[in-house]
Design a protein around this ligand. Structure first.
Ligand SMILES: *Cc1c(COP(=O)(O)O)cnc(C)c1O
Length: 394
């Protein structure tokens, strides 16, 4: 096999139907949708359709949809908007397991003088909601809690949290980048004020996102410029990518049930296959409340980076739980927050599937990975020590 791509929480393939729909807007239909002639009107109409498709997937109104450049921009815009709308409040509540788009901004605000509460999670990655509710005060400007975690797939009880937070008159934002398109979301029932999503996590291209802003929410723009997006986000619309995102949302809505059962089955097959074939391995995260496509497994006494490198030789693309991008081999902040023991946090690998994966690909991974782990463990002094200790203990 040339390539087996199981890193869909990092980014996804652009769906062929999505590409077909966006291409005309990179070729002949290039008008600025704000211009007056009918050529532009055609483009503006297509933008309108895209907005309606996004709104449909979320159970939102079209006026509540603001297109942005990415999930990170949506997250930043939401948190800055809440901070600016509440100049007399100096407290922010978020979790210890957010994506860097939220985590690093909150840490930045903490350095600038805001008080930030980072709500902990338990060993399975479940949020301590009582801790969250106890931390709320009249000084709290915003609560930002992700809908589903990108590393473990663990889903947080957004409806319950939203009710508690908004009952106290506090703004509630959710980073739903990993949830949208994977699990049903209906903002007619989910009490959130703002929600972020990103195109490239649901088979649209990179560089387009959405911030949902519930009607009546106090808001100030992050990008101040032209009157685009009803003055909520300046900048000429990224027409082709917005059209693509609209199509991706429509596809997600059509395929959600059927594909989720199929993707979940593949994920479960992968997980069961690996756990059975590889001793001293365990799932990270709450297996009863996870995204259907995500599986994070810790392999004791091996380095995640080494696993990725050897899997890459077989064309398998996945992610590790350690933050190699930062130049350190520290286990990820998510696994650390869960208290996953160092020896298995280091050897954690995230597999994230999509509708484009096949059973053959899953079986290929289940065939290739066990000998890789065995080979690495035979090189590991920790593994040998652990085995010797276990043998001595009887
Ligand atoms: C990918 C991701 C983001 C960032 O989205 P970009 O479009 O890449 O900026 C934010 N939050 C979560 C949970 C993500 O998985």
């Amino acid at each position: 096999m040339d390539r087996v791509y199981v890193d869909n929480n990092a980014t996804t393939r652009v769906a062929p139907e999505v590409l077909d729909e966006m291409l005309p807007y990179l070729k002949d239909l290039y008008a600025n949708p704000s211009s007056m002639y009918s050529f532009a009107g055609e483009v503006a109409e297509k933008l309108k359709e895209a907005r309606a498709r996004v709104a449909d997937l979320l159970g939102a109104d079209t006026e509540e949809i603001v297109f942005t450049s990415c999930g990170s921009e949506s997250d930043s815009t939401a948190i800055w908007a809440a901070v600016n709308a509440n100049p007399d409040k100096h407290h922010i509540v978020t979790t210890r397991v957010e994506h860097p788009a939220v985590k690093n901004l909150c840490e930045h605000l903490a350095r600038k003088g805001w008080r930030v509460t980072f709500v902990p999670v338990d060993g399975k990655g479940r949020l301590d909601t009582d801790y969250l509710y106890r931390s709320l005060t009249p000084d709290t400007a915003i609560v930002s809690v992700m809908w589903a975690n990108n590393e473990t797939g663990v889903i947080f009880p957004i409806e319950e949290i939203g009710n508690e937070v908004r009952e106290r008159g506090i703004m509630f934002h959710t980073d739903a980048v990993q949830a949208v398109g994977k699990i049903p979301i209906d903002l007619r029932h989910a009490p959130v004020d703002m929600l972020s999503l990103s195109g490239h996590k649901l088979h649209a291209p990179k560089g387009v996102g959405v911030l949902y802003i519930r009607k009546g929410t106090k808001f100030s723009p992050f990008l101040i410029g032209g009157h685009q997006e009803h003055g909520r986000r300046g900048g000429t619309e990224n027409v082709a990518s917005i059209v693509a995102l609209g199509k991706a949302c429509e596809l997600a809505r059509q395929h959600m049930d059927a594909e989720n059962t199929r993707v979940k089955k593949l994920r479960d097959r992968l997980e069961a296959g690996l756990l059975a074939a590889i001793p001293a391995s365990a799932v990270n995260g709450d297996i009863d409340n996870r995204l259907p496509n995500t599986c994070n497994i810790g392999f004791e006494s091996v380095e995640g980076e080494a696993i990725l490198l050897l899997m890459d030789q077989h064309g398998i693309c996945a992610s590790s739980g350690s933050a190699c991008t930062s130049g350190s081999l520290e286990p990820s902040h998510v696994l650390r927050a869960m208290g996953v023991p160092f020896t298995s946090a280091h050897g954690s690998v995230r597999f994230s599937l999509s509708i484009y994966n096949t059973e053959e690909e899953i079986d290929y991974i289940v065939e290739k990975l066990p000998p890789i782990i065995e080979r690495l463990r035979n090189l590991s002094p920790f593994w040998k020590e652990n085995q010797a200790a276990k043998a001595a203990a009887g």
